[in-house]
Each structure stands twice: as C-alpha cells, then as structure tokens.
Design a protein around this ligand. Sequence first.
Ligand SMILES: Nc1ncnc2c1ncn2[C@@H]1O[C@H](COP(=O)(O)OP(=O)(O)OP(=O)(O)O)[C@@H](O)[C@H]1O
Ligand SMILES: CC(=O)N[C@H]1[C@@H]2OC[C@@H](O2)[C@@H](O)[C@@H]1O[C@H](C)C(=O)O
Length: 403
Amino acid sequence: MNPSIKKLVRIAEKESRLVIGLMSGTSLDGLDIALCEIEGSGPETEVSLLKFVTKPYHKNDRDKLRKVTSVDQVSLKDLCYVHTWLGQLHADMIIESLFEWDIKPEKVDCIGSHGQTIYHLPNRDLNGEETPMNSTLQIGDGDHIAVNTGIITISDFRQKHTAFGGEGAPMAPLVDDWLFGDKKEHRILLNIGGIANYTFMPAAEVKDLKKFSTDTGPGNTLIDAVVKSRFDKPFDKGGKIAASGNVIKPLLNKMLEDEWFRSSEEKSTGPEYFNLKWIKRKEELAGFSGSDISERDMVATVTELTAKTIAQNIQHHLPEKLPVTVYPSGGGAHNRFLMERISNYLDQVEVRSFAELGFSPDAKEAVIFAVLANETVAGYGFNIQTKYGSDQNIHFGKVSFPA
Ligand SMILES: Nc1ncnc2c1ncn2[C@@H]1O[C@H](COP(=O)(O)OP(=O)(O)OP(=O)(O)O)[C@@H](O)[C@H]1O
Ligand SMILES: CC(=O)N[C@H]1[C@@H]2OC[C@@H](O2)[C@@H](O)[C@@H]1O[C@H](C)C(=O)O
C-alpha cells in the first residue's frame, strides 16, 4: 500500500487529531493559523483551540495578491506564479508558527487550508451575462503546503460544493451547529469579514424551527474600499469616521434597491460584486456625481447599508418575537459603531461576546477549516441540500501528501 495512504488511515483511526486550520480572508490582512485538537467527528466533534495566530502579509505580499484577486483581467503569468508562491508562503508561515509554539511538525496530523479566494462567481452574479454554473476559485497550492511542511494537507474545499450544485459558500454553517449549537438558546453566529454571513441555529430542544444560513452582502468590504481610497487608511477603526458623517438617504435607498438584496434564499457573494464600481453606479443612479458627497458621509452611508442589510436579512428569517442571541465574529465585530447600528435595528436579539463560546472570534473561520479537514479524514461527511446533493453524504477538499 502507498505508505502515505497507510499514514492517512492511521490518522483517521485515531481518537483525537492535531489539525491546523488556515484561513486567508478577502481583506488580505494575513493568514489565520489555528492549531486544534479535535476529538471525534460529525455532530460529536469536540475542538480545543491550542494556539492561534494571524501571520500578517507584508505590503509586497498583499500587492502580489491584489493583482490577481477579484479583478476582471489578470496576467496568466502572475496567476500561475502566485498560486505556487502562496502555497510556499503559507507553508513557511506554518513552520514559523510551529517553531514559535515549540511544536514539531511531525506531531501535526493534517492541515485544512482554505486558500485565497481570487474570484467567486455564483450564477446569480448580476454584473453581466449569467453563467450557467456556480463557480469559485481559491489559490495557494496544497501540494506545496504538504511538501514544504511535511504535513498531509487538505485544500480546495469549495469545489465539491459547486460540483453538487451549491454556490461554494458559505461553508461555515455546515459545522457551526456541531461546535456552537445549544439545547435551549436560539443562536445566531454572525461573521463580519469582507462579506457578512450568519448561521441561525435554533435551540436543539425546539424541533419545528430550521437552521438557516446565508451571506447578507457587504461586511467590511465597502467600508474598507471607501476608507482606503478617500482616507488612505486600511479601515475605519471603531467606526469613528462613519460616526462623524451623515447618511445620505437617497443614495442609501438606491443601494438597498440592488437586485442582490432582493432574494431571501440562501446565497453568497464577494468583492467582485460589492466594490467601488458598484458604489459609483449607485451614485449615478441616485443623481450624484463623484464630488457631491463628502468622504465622511460616504463612509457613514456604506456603514449604514452594511448594518441595515445584515439586520434586515436576519429579521426576515427570524420568527417574530423569538428571543435570539447573536455572537459576532470577524474583523467587523471590532467596529463598535457598525455593531451599534446593527443592534439598533434588531430589538429582539441580545448581542454577546463570541469569546463566551470558548475561543477568540478572530480564530473562528480557521477553526472551521480544521474541522472540515477532520471530517474529510475521519467523518461521514455532509448531507447538503443542493440541486443534486440531498440523499448522499459528501466530503470536501483534496488530499495532498508530502511525498
Ligand atoms: N478595530 C476595528 N475597527 C473597525 N474595523 C475593524 C477593526 N479591526 C478589524 N476591522 C475590520 O475587519 C477587517 C478584517 O476582517 P476579517 O479578518 O474578519 O476579514 P477576512 O477574514 O479577510 O474576511 P472574510 O471572512 O470575508 O474572508 C478589516 O479589513 C477591517 O475592515
Ligand atoms: C468564496 C469565499 O471565499 N467566501 C467567503 C467570504 O468570507 C465570508 C463570506 O464571504 C463567506 O461566504 C465565505 O467564507 C466563510 C468562511 C464560509 O464559507 O462560510
């Protein structure tokens, strides 16, 4: 037997595994690395987060990634190179972190790597011609991570989802209830990354309510884009700029009329859709020209749009008056003004710190990819509700061996 397969079987049979989860999000701030001890699989999965770090991308790294991420035109030469280079960079970051934590790579059973989404194209894409299939593309090659760390690596999780007719996102909801569901409390896990998404997990004791999850639209992506282009800062710390501006109502209303917000089913999106060009189109539709709206008012307006679209989506899917607790994660949870605005719209919910669920909110997505990898190696997989996938269990990701 291939010795690598033999090793994989041994790992699958262990009672608990040491798994590294990796997430490189849309805001390109760095690579999140979560070292987890995972016992069991499926709904019985238990995770202890042993170590967590975000290894920041240097400016040069970020520039390389920006050249190929969410852009319409790309040089194939750049793309080919960045795919390999990023796998190598992630491997280096893992080795460096393990060294800093004084943990030998041989101790780690496997890595679950999300990679970098460079384009996300659900067929509902509304920017131009409709595509007949959902597609999405993540780079940062798994073989390079496996070879350069010596650790079995599972990567490219989203393709199987699209192969089964799904949009390839959001995937966190697949395991959110295993890790964070509660018997008595109705919970919402709200992640505000570049894009915002949430999972509504009804209390397990209540049988007639269903889990629901979706992207809600922009998280930090429009706020960051405006702040970067008009203030030359990476983001609006604490939402201070937004708090000092006025919401331009006619523009906000034009934005809210966007077709993407209309459908109330589970859906996904990305910065390919919500970006500066999108804002410019809405300005024109509302009868403004580029210089009519002050920088601060523009940040206030896109912050209000973000808050309102998150809150409206949640409200639409919650049974009236149901008491729900929201646990926010992702960088946007640090934007105090944005969080205040969301709470303002949602009077039936209580907001509590995600840390009460056991670990830092910043680690959540990396932990999710550790759990998805654990499931690929040792679990029964997922019965997902897509066009073709409701009567069989499927696993996500591709396995790369170090040799
Ligand atoms: N103190 C803060 N105040 C306001 N915003 C903040 C703060 N800290 C982080 N953010 C926001 O969070 C962003 C980073 O969030 P995060 O790391 O969750 O995104 P990501 O993982 O790249 O996104 P995604 O989940 O969409 O892939 C920053 O770009 C910024 O907009
Ligand atoms: C295509 C892609 O990378 N989507 C990300 C992104 O970041 C947040 C939101 O948009 C979500 O759809 C997804 O990530 C999380 C981890 C998910 O799949 O659940």
